[in-house]
Write a protein that binds this ligand. Sequence first.
Ligand code: BGC
Length: 740
Amino acid sequence: MKRLYFILAFTVFGINAFGQKTNDQKASELLSKMTLEEKIGQLVQYSGFEYATGPQNSNSANVLNEIKQGKVGSMLNVAGAQETRKFQELALKSRLKIPLLFGQDVIHGYRTTFPINLGQAASWDLKLIEKSERIAATEASAYGIHWTFAPMVDIARDPRWGRVMEGSGEDTYLGTQIGLARIKGFQGKGLGNLDAIMACAKHFAAYGAAVGGRDYNSVDMSLRQLYETYLPPFKAAAEAGVATFMNSFNDINGIPATANQYILRDLLKGKWNYNGFVVSDWGSIGEMVPHGYAKDNKEAAEKAIIAGSDMDMESRAYMAELPNLVKEGKVDPKLIDDAARRILIKKFEMGLFDDPYRFSDEKRQKEQLNNLENRKFGREFGSKSIVLLKNEKNILPLSRSAKTIALIGPFGKETSANHGFWSVAFKDDNLRIVTQFDGIKNQLDKSATLLYAKGANIDDQDRSMFAEAVETAKKADVVIMTLGEGHDMSGEAKSRSNIRFSGVQEDLLKEIAKTGKPIVLMINAGRPLVFDWAADNIPTIVYTWWLGTEAGNSIADVLFGTVNPGGKLPMTFPRTEGQIPVYYNHYNTGRPAKNNTDRNYVSAYIDLDNDPKFPFGYGLSYTQFKYSDMDLSSINLTGNQTLNISVNVTNTGNYDGEEVVQLYIRDLVGKVVRPVKELKGFQKVFIKKGETKTVTFILTPESLKFYDDELNYDWEGGEFDIMIGTDSQNVQTKRINWKK
Ligand code: BGC
């Protein structure tokens, strides 16, 4: 800390403690040489031409020309040592030779893909998550990438929204911790290191609350809700030094996020004192025209720059309109300077002015082509992301010498789909993926047989393969059914109103169930699905999300018990779509139902139980954990005291295993109503069979704070329930009184 002060003291005049210019100083010097057009150029970002992640308007010849003229600051979707070098060479032909920044969506891995982010969140394992981003950054930076558009830290309570796959689920606390782990992983030991890439907290803000779960839709909510539920992961990201922020597409209470002065200028850059830069989302500046917030691109550019959007991704509004807006006096040139400075500083921090090609290194790229260590990690991470939902008859783990296993379902031999939604398509994808069939086959004893039948396509009405699948099942001792939704049925612009198994897969399952064979149901999905019939009738269910390059191996490791599953749901699983949004940390209402069947003028549906199918935090293990002796250091506390909470967790089953011990609180009476439960801590512990571990948590008044109706952030004295348990429903409770 002392050293930091020392350095700060000497950086006031732009010279640091070692007599060198700071990046800020270097950016100022450069800015003083730049024309208005060149400064605006730094605010422009285009997509490459081979791979687009949005509706593309750019004409490639024009873009290449503009790069040469210094009119482009950044490209996205240009990757590979050779390709990035080619573009960088063009930028270095410009008058001031300012290098380009290369951005890409490195979302759940890069060359080695990992579980989709919601699956990763199910691991509740911050170390694994951080490491996965470290690997992703190392691989991506070797392909010339400087910047990832991740992490997505949008809290989401609506599984119809396709982008839940890219986030960490419904909980603000868990989502914040995971967001921080990701940023740490991406940015590594700091920008400027060759294996560190700039991270981007997105989508600012409240994108996850789109009305009806329909992507890009409006968001209307109280500021209190915004502050309490949706902003904390962003605030934490800003404090942790995330290099960039990205706007969201939605409007918030009538004002598009892209031109929302309150959240960008006043909050992010003002109150939070954030000094990175803000990139628009793809085309979101221009989209303020259809939004009805700007009459044309010119007005959109004006509103966006004034609000605090620094870089224009693919709208072509800044380059076309800002020069005139400045000349006409509608935009203060200081705003252009500020935006350009923020971007230039990042380029200095990345070391691009020292060597613009330092990330475009074919040798490094080759080393990351098929990095076996990374794959090994991917295999482990995949298995740790799987959630065991049911194992009533202890069919799992399977024996490797089971005589005949039938793998049935449209996902058994899927190849590149296992990468999930956000993966950059490499040409050799199909060859690199471990399919579910191969993963299982590789682990079976030679004496055992693995049969396969597709049974149905992912999403059509074709039942012609049912008969063959039934015959295959009849020949087997155990059937593994692999069902779900397509990998491209979640993700951006992939909202669904019906979130069940797609096509005729459920009917296939019913047909196979009639054979009476034991079934292990494996569900592949990018969101919580509704699968009531299966949940009620199939005794063994594992949720495998989309697991990435090593999918088949990760799955087989769990099915055969090399890995004892320990994942827990990061989102509530609804009973039907009609129950959405359903989340664990709701308010109590004045008429809470006493139980699931209570319909007596209470807050309930007359045709549906209130509780979800599977609660937040839920997940089983092959072993059992018993919680006992919950102990509090005191039940009467005052002021800034600390509460120590401990509980004994005993592994009473037959396998070693990991358990995520969860701590929730409830503030019983508040100035504003408080949720029935709020996650305040969790610990993932490995416990050997027969062993007991004492798990402890420390709570301080900081954890009791909340936003009141005037957005004051503080805590109130009173009664609190302290709850510890294995999921958000199954908890032990003790009441305390904490005086202020
Ligand atoms: C998405 C962003 C993404 C960007 C660039 C947009 O459509 O909303 O999350 O980073 O495209 O691919």
